[in-house]
Design a protein around this ligand. Structure first.
Ligand SMILES: [Zn+2]
Length: 313
């Protein structure tokens, strides 16, 4: 990042903070009967945290449903949410490139939970000119929630531990809810494995609009090709699209998928050039609203799997 932009960002944070008044130090501590105030960085993590925290927590999300965490820019309202939170749940692995600065700017002193802490992450996919991300220093692919076994083990463990530290009286409660939720995720994994098994291995190839499904690919043996790199931030070049068109034809790929957080225009162009159908919408980095098919983590995973399997058939 250039020094100029860096200075601009700092100036902007200072503005944001002053816009919120001096309330950060005087935030009243809720009475012991009040719920633990938890803020997750994005909707998927908020849902997982809600499942574990149950009645003892009030969970809000910084990046809302159907919104893109890669290009998130906090508003004064978001800064206020952080200053009022007792627990902050993030994904880690460089996913929230904007978070460290926000934590510093707000002098956040609550409990910080990094859901992916302790896992062995996949490397960030290298797409040359197409690969472009907010956090240039990030070495890892952050989209680990697309492997449900990682959520079942690592994410649940970290969130149970973090909530228990912030609210020791609820430790048993979080432990039990974490176990019950883990069992549901294990069932989900088994369901997806069963559905994918219906597709012959050589047919398990799809194209998506941003490179978010490497963990899903590894977990379920599906090949994902993506023209946009790991972040939604960059525009795919004409050259990259032309290359992908060739590959789609060459590998006899049957379906293209777009995502709730990305622009489907490029996918329409690929369909036009290759004659391959659009297999539908996948949910990668954000849940849907309640009246759409992926309002929870479990429903999102189930919906993605069903959509992919139908497209590959
Ligand atoms: Zn992403």
């Amino acid at each position: 990042m250039s020094g100029f932009i860096h200075k601009l960002l700092i100036a902007w944070f200072v503005l944001l903070l002053s816009a919120c008044g001096q309330s950060s130090d005087s935030t009243p501590i809720p009475a012991s009967s009040a719920k633990l105030q938890v803020l997750a960085t994005f909707s998927i993590l908020a849902d997982i945290t809600r499942e574990i925290g149950g009645e003892r927590v009030q969970v809000d999300s910084l990046v809302a449903a159907n919104q893109d965490s890669h290009v998130f820019a906090p508003t004064p309202q978001d800064v206020k949410k952080i200053t009022q939170a007792q627990v902050l749940v993030s994904n880690g692995l460089g996913y929230e490139g904007w978070l460290a600065r926000l934590e510093q700017a707000t002098e956040f002193k609550g409990k910080i939970i990094v859901a992916s802490d302790g896992m062995s992450a996949l490397p960030k996919p290298n797409h040359g000119e197409m690969g472009h991300d907010h956090d240039h220093s990030a070495q890892f692919d952050p989209h680990a929630w697309h492997d449900p076994t990682i959520v079942q083990t690592i994410y649940v463990r970290n969130i149970v531990a973090g909530l228990s530290q912030a609210d020791p009286a609820g430790a048993d409660y979080y432990q039990k809810r974490g176990q019950a939720y883990s069992a549901q995720i294990a069932q989900l994994t088994a369901n997806i494995q069963k559905e994918v098994a219906n597709i012959p291995p050589e047919q398990r190839k799809v194209v998506t609009s941003h490179d978010a499904f490497n963990y899903f690919a590894r977990a379920f043996g599906i090949t994902f090709l993506a023209p946009q790199g790991v972040s939604t931030e960059s525009e795919s070049s004409a050259k990259a699209i032309a290359q992908l068109s060739e590959q789609i034809k060459h590998e006899h790929i049957k379906a293209l998928f777009f995502e709730n957080i990305s622009n489907p225009k490029m996918m329409a162009q690929l369909t036009q050039e290759t004659g391959v159908k659009i297999g539908g919408k996948l949910y990668s980095d954000a849940l849907s609203n309640a009246d759409e098919p992926a309002p929870t983590y479990l429903e999102m995973m189930q919906y993605n799997a069903k959509t992919l399997v139908e497209g590959m058939r």
